[in-house]
Design a binder for this molecule. Structure first.
Ligand SMILES: Cc1ncc(COP(=O)(O)O)c(C=O)c1O
Length: 319
């Protein structure tokens, strides 16, 4: 959140317009809708599935097209794994740029880490990470990262100094240690996630499974985006249990190896209930319309033997 909020505060000023994708991680959603607006920044949300032309129309209709300063996207989105077109978002930013004012594109790449998706290659100006997740990888560090051109990073670093949210030497040391194993950890997590999704896809107590690997040509644009920008299916799976909150809580409380916690991307598998945990503060109707309902469970797949992860999920579902 330090990296994300520093970028939003540095590149937006009162009167500007921020265009952002939905859903977002609950903390980012909260900062944009409840804090950024207190500083006079106008905010406009677009949904997965809206075409480039529809989004351009949405910005024009807001009457603030000339004020658009930043497009902010999170892809895949937490917790639904919805994909947003990075190249298309850059086209929207370019459409509203003028010689005097360049609209910048910032991409939260936390869900696919630095290994599985490379937003700068697709046109992003700034790439953001919760380094707490895959980069840190051991659930023992909280940090953020921001990447971009020297010119943009100079501004980010400047505001970071005034906000005082730079990482400590100890955090830096933990992150350097983690980078040595980043690829092997992430390879194992992506491998395991494919196996776990295969299991969930056919379990009678499981409804919809939200996993990038489940996208097929039938999913049209979402599948095309996956083919263009995702290098693996990632390590995050959300799924609906048949029933509602009580059934979802029962599964979560029955897990033995997988821990109940909100973080993600670490070596150990974690499970959580987005509607009441990571996304508890998101508007109820918006959550419903985005499929973040009481029956949804989100699992971050770790590096354990995939058979153990499946065994644990199976016994919890059948408990
Ligand atoms: C997609 C995404 N972005 C940002 C964050 C914020 O990360 P942190 O807790 O490290 O501030 C999270 C945390 O869950 C996240 O999932």
């Amino acid at each position: 959140m330090a990296a994300i909020t520093t970028v939003l505060l540095e590149f937006l000023k009162p009167g500007d317009l921020l265009l952002f994708s939905s859903p977002l991680y609950g903390g980012s959603d909260h900062f944009i809708k409840k804090i950024l607006i207190k500083f006079g920044v106008n905010v406009l949300e677009f949904r997965v599935g809206q075409s480039k032309e529809q989004i351009i129309e949405l910005v024009k209709k807001s009457g603030l097209a000339d004020k658009l300063a930043m497009v902010y996207i999170e892809t895949p989105a937490n917790p639904t794994n919805d994909l947003i077109d990075i190249r298309g978002s850059k086209d929207i930013a370019k459409h509203f740029s003028t010689p005097e004012k360049e609209v910048i594109l910032a991409v939260d790449n936390t869900y696919l880490g630095p290994i599985w998706q490379h937003p700068i290659k697709h046109g992003a100006d700034l790439v953001l990470y919760s380094a707490t997740k895959y980069i840190g990888g051991h659930s023992d560090v909280i940090a953020g990262a921001c990447l971009g051109t020297h010119e943009l990073m100079k501004r980010v670093k400047g505001l970071r100094s005034f906000l005082g949210n730079m990482a400590s030497p100890n955090t830096g040391w933990l992150l350097m240690r983690s980078l040595e194993t980043l690829k092997v950890r992430m390879d194992a997590q992506a491998f395991n996630a494919n196996k776990v999704a295969e299991f969930l896809n056919t379990h009678p107590k499981v409804g919809k499974v939200y996993f990038i690997g489940n996208l097929t040509e039938k999913d049209g644009e979402q599948y095309q985006i996956k083919q263009r920008q995702c290098l693996t299916n990632g390590g995050m799976i959300s799924f609906d249990v048949k029933g509602g909150e009580a059934e979802a809580f029962k599964v979560l409380n029955s897990l033995k190896m997988i821990k109940l916690a909100v973080s993600l991307g670490g070596t150990e598998s974690l499970a959580e209930h987005p509607a009441t945990m990571t996304h508890s503060d998101v508007d109820h109707d918006l959550k419903e319309s985005l499929s973040i309902t009481d029956k949804m469970i989100r699992v971050s797949i770790g590096v354990e033997n995939y058979e153990d992860i499946i065994y644990d999920l199976k016994q919890a579902l059948e408990n």
